[in-house]
Write a protein that binds this ligand. Structure first.
Ligand code: G6P
Length: 474
């Protein structure tokens, strides 16, 4: 059996299973944010990746893909329903995004979450070599750090939380709030997107567990009466900026951007939204603001189009089914009211696209709308900025997205303030090229000076301190 010195554990494997016309199955690298974030690290480290292949009841042996050893964890249809759709995406997801949708607290979901986290911990313990470093990813696996430490005290364990960590007043709703905090504290380093998330976490630890915290350090007692220090701090994630720049420089991608504009009737202004179809993204607020601007005649369908890419997500969870219905009803109404034979108000696409097509869209879009009500980071904001090698385009960015901490020269918006959002949209379409350039250059500096490789390097350097201490016994 293969053993690895560096192991990533995430709910999903970095591959999707495809089946061609003849019924032959194959694996294809999946384009998700988390995957692209870790790809460079995995390639260098010759590591293993433990995760779910994305479909129920798929029992597959470990296999090699693109230089990484993949270790599939099987989830039954029931596990998918209770652990993934239930506890992960109908309890933790809404709770951690400030209760935008109502979290449901169901004991059978929690039991499944414990059971499945155990399975991930066992699979990771089995593939990690002596003194290996294991990096656990995201809210689906919050109990894994502690479970893994119990199974393998020799390991150095990191955890990165890709989504927000809520204020204590909300977090304390969780019936299993102590167990989750203890689960996370099994890690040596617990990384968050924003300083505020790390602060919320430390406060919950103080209030719930009465552990001492000092700067980023948390004193965690062990059962044998000793203590150890865990580090909880912000490591804002980023993107592989150079790959976006390379695509944006390609002639075929530039030509595609022009083609997209043309296919929309060459409007003067294109607004763009790119999101997973999720209630945290503020898509409804964006449509409301846009619809009102058309109704009031401040914008005209002859001059503007909104392209909304909403990629399918968690389609069996009730809140997502309802959201899709609402959005599609609203899009239909707006288009029905304002479309002409030659122009459409909203080009709505419930699909996911390859990165080339996304970059072409970014280049075609005059105004990028990021209106999240709450978002861990929002990598789309950074992707737009990285792609705008021409220093043009305006980024409207919600102050509730983690990216707002770094991207200070974006046009900041509060998506709840529809009046303010409308004014910001007007300001964006009217912004002179000079101001666009000044803002975009500053944004690009930020995104280019801290890419995803810096993110993983900084996190792994913090983790290496713990690894070295273990090795030298100091
Ligand atoms: C967010 C989460 C990821 C998750 C992704 C897609 O970015 O932080 O952990 O993988 O959404 O969601 P899905 O449920 O399809 O994995």
């Amino acid at each position: 059996m293969v053993k690895a010195e560096f192991v990533v554990v995430a709910n999903r494997l970095p591959v999707d299973r495809t089946v061609d016309e003849d019924g032959a199955a194959a694996w294809r690298g999946s384009p998700g944010g988390l995957v692209t974030a870790l790809e460079p690290v995995m390639k260098k480290a010759d590591g293993a990746w433990v995760g779910w292949a994305g479909q129920p009841d798929m029992d597959i042996e470990p296999f090699e893909f693109d230089g990484t050893h993949l270790v599939p964890v099987t989830l039954s249809a029931e596990d998918v329903e209770l652990y993934y759709e239930g506890f992960s995406n109908d309890t933790i997801w809404p709770l951690y995004h400030d209760v935008i949708a109502e979290p449901r607290y169901r004991r059978v979901w929690w039991d499944a979450y414990v059971r499945v986290n155990k399975r991930f911990a066992e699979a990771s313990a089995a593939v990690a070599s002596e003194n290996a470093t294991v990096w656990v990813q995201d809210y689906q696996l919050q109990l894994v750090p502690k479970m893994l430490r119990e199974l393998r005290p020799d390991l150095t364990i990191g955890y990165f939380h890709h989504i927000p960590f809520p204020a204590y007043g909300l977090y304390s709703q969780l019936p299993w709030r102590r167990q989750v905090l203890e689960g996370l504290l099994g890690a040596d380093v617990i990384g968050f997107q924003r300083v505020a998330d790390a602060g919320n976490f430390a406060r919950s630890v103080r209030r719930q567990l009465r552990y001492q915290t000092k700067a980023s350090g948390i004193t965690v007692p062990a059962e044998d009466g000793t203590t150890r220090i865990a580090l909880a701090k912000a490591f804002p994630i980023s993107i592989d900026a150079s790959s976006y720049i390379e695509l944006a420089q390609r002639d075929d991608v530039k030509a595609r951007a022009l083609e997209i504009r043309e296919s929309l009737g060459n409007p003067k202004q294109i607004f763009l939204g790119v999101d997973r179809l999720d209630y945290t993204k503020g898509i409804r607020h964006r449509l409301k603001a846009y619809g009102e601007l058309l109704t009031e005649g401040r914008l005209s369908v002859e001059d503007v189009t909104l392209v909304q890419v909403a990629s399918p997500s968690r389609e069996r969870v009730a809140a997502y089914i309802q959201l899709r219905d609402e959005i599609e009803l609203t899009v239909g109404r707006i288009n029905g009211d304002f479309d002409t034979m030659d122009h459409t108000a909203i080009r709505y696409l419930h699909q996911a696209y390859p990165r080339e097509e996304m970059v072409a869209l970014f280049l075609a879009a005059d105004v990028m709308l990021v209106t999240a009500l709450r978002d861990g980071m929002n990598l789309v904001a950074k992707e737009y900025v990285a792609s705008r090698i021409d220093n043009r385009g305006v980024l409207l960015l919600s102050e509730f997205a983690g990216a707002a901490d770094e991207l200070g020269t974006a046009v900041r918006i509060n998506p709840h303030d529809i009046g303010g959002l409308k004014d910001a949209m007007m300001r964006a379409v009217e912004m002179p090229a000079g101001e666009q350039g000044r803002r975009m250059r500053a944004l690009r500096r930020k995104v280019l000076e801290h890419s995803v490789e810096d993110w993983s390097r900084e996190f792994l350097e913090a983790l290496a301190v713990f690894h070295n201490k273990r090795e030298t016994g100091k």
